[in-house]
Design a protein around this ligand. Structure first.
Ligand SMILES: CC(C)(COP(=O)(O)OP(=O)(O)OC[C@H]1O[C@@H](n2cnc3c(N)ncnc32)[C@H](O)[C@@H]1OP(=O)(O)O)[C@@H](O)C(=O)NCCC(=O)NCCS
Length: 191
């Protein structure tokens, strides 16, 4: 096929506008990450925290994940960081070492545009390459259809619901547990 046949008869074919730009988070992003998270802590049930962490606490959380070489990603769109996602150890005991838990937050004004899906897909890919075997999500609350749908669309299945284990904004909240295998899951032993 000639180059000409790609040219659209002379008019330049414009590339589609990319859906955000993914990159690793840096220290310089922590202020914006904190601001996005604080919005969701203050107004949403995705996080069971009730008091937004301050900058020092957010920085400390970031550094703890960096020390474990776990991925912490941001997505930029329209000139600003619009969301973040990271993988953290699911639980501290050593036998859980092949399992990570994802966390993902998009700025309220940027939700529903596919940025969450982009971030989580990349996080899954990076954790797979790192050798993790399972990723879990603990979604707050049962009514968080967007987060549940996001996880389902990337291969997570719902494994159970702890009912009324949270209490925030004067009402009881469920924790929805979801899980997907990474790499070859449990079909081969850990190394
Ligand atoms: C949950 C969250 C991360 C999703 O990110 P997002 O950028 O808004 O989601 P996307 O636009 O990528 O959409 C992801 C999927 O959810 C679907 N979706 C979007 N809005 C939806 C809604 N209101 N109800 C059901 N599904 C919805 C999309 O169609 C898409 O599914 P598809 O891939 O099958 O098409 C984001 O909305 C958010 O930060 N929410 C508040 C904090 C939170 O709950 N975080 C998760 C904690 S577990």
């Amino acid at each position: 096929m000639s180059l000409d046949s790609h040219s659209g008869g002379g008019a330049m074919l414009r590339a589609p506008r990319p859906l955000g730009r993914l990159r690793d988070a840096t220290d310089a992003d922590i202020g914006r990450i904190r601001a996005i998270y604080a919005e969701h802590v203050a107004h949403g049930t995705g996080s069971f925290e009730e008091v937004p962490p301050d900058l020092a606490e957010m920085q400390a959380r970031f550094e703890a994940l960096q020390a474990r070489e776990l991925p912490f990603l941001v997505v930029e769109d329209r000139g600003q960081v619009q969301g973040f996602a990271y993988a953290a150890p699911f639980r501290p005991r050593s036998a859980y070492r092949y399992t990570v838990e994802d966390s993902i937050y998009i700025a309220p004004e940027a939700t529903g545009r596919g940025l969450g899906r982009r971030l989580l897909a990349e996080l899954i890919g990076q954790c797979t390459v790192l050798g993790y075997r399972q990723m879990v999500a603990v979604v707050g609350d049962s009514g968080n259809h967007r987060s549940i749908r996001l996880h389902e669309s990337l291969g997570f299945r719902r494994t159970g619901t702890f009912t009324a284990v949270g209490f925030k904004f004067g009402r009881w909240l469920d924790a929805v547990f979801m899980q997907r295998s990474l790499w070859d899951g449990s079909t081969s032993p850990g190394r």
